[in-house]
Design a protein around this ligand. Sequence first.
Ligand code: NAD
Length: 356
Amino acid sequence: MSYHIAVIPGDGIGPEVIRETVRVLDCVSQKFGFTLNYTQYLAGGCAIDATGKPLPDETLEGALASDAVLLGAVGGEKWDTLPSDMRPEKALLGLRAGLGLFANLRPAVLFEQLAAACPLKPELTAGGLDILVVRELTGGIYFGKKERGENYAYDTMSYTEDEVRRIAHVAMKAAMGRSRKVTSVDKANILESSRLWRQVVTEVAEEYPEVTLSHMYVDNAAMQLVRNPKQFDVIVTENMFGDILSDEAAMITGSIGMLPSASLGEGTRGMYEPVHGSAPDIAGQGIANPLATILSAAMMLRYSLGQEDAAKAVEAAVDAALFGGARTKDIALEGEAVLSTAEMGDCVLAALEGLA
Ligand code: NAD
């Protein structure tokens, strides 16, 4: 098997974390007998400098012709004063829209070895945490009709059945590969769009009899995430609720340097990137944590390339590296030895080589 990956390192620490991730991908693909062909493309600030555009046509075309897109991060102070349609972040929106990505998957995993970074009481997270937030990305109040008048303003939360149906399928399919439990989060006691959401998610769930579906109001979900987070497996929700809940779930795990994400569309092609940004404050120092990007690549192996065993091997290697005491500065406790970005890459590679 051979796959084409569009690699977009971007700005700041993007190229540093992508470098380690590609090394890990090379190793795991060799181990599991498939080939990854990479083509590098520009996006973000570096693309503005080189071409005058945050998302050059060649990059979008390359992404469209690939099996998956692996992205580092974009942005930095240098480009902060540009008009909004010329900013580096425009590249992300352009890629999402151009690739038709409507589902954002953000796992919040608390690695037992990093439990000290979790702000919750240890008994609430004993044995680790593994929640997947599936957020609708292209509908809802962020994209609905809005208006600002002289003394009023409104935004509209609207969804079509098809928009809800397709994200519900993504959540159900993801749950099938996990603990087969989906919590759909809405505000159906108040919002008409939530009543439609609940009805359609319930209909879709009938096609997945092995998945247990429950519904929860968003205010309760926000509370339950810090009260009893272990009750959740997959959470599926609309755009704004997902924006807020995925950040809340992420905080439970402690470090931004550990959080991967995937954005998916209708087919198998997706875009994979760490949740963190380009971290200009530490760029060029070789100290960034590459694990969020390496874990994003594991999601790529799982969701776009169908290489579940390879995905699990990468995740197990990250786990083993952490278990062996590997820490970059952001996840090290006082007194613990601190590794560089490349040394953390070495540890994951060594763990990968060591796996049966
Ligand atoms: P950030 O995520 O880049 O950094 C926040 C803090 O976390 C910083 O102190 C940084 O050093 C630290 N951090 C982030 N990633 C880390 C890692 N892998 N290892 C160790 N420490 C890490 O967020 P910010 O400072 O708000 O934004 C910086 C730039 O990144 C801005 O231009 C912003 O627009 C952009 N940004 C891009 C994306 C993206 O490309 N998807 C996402 C968020 C922010």
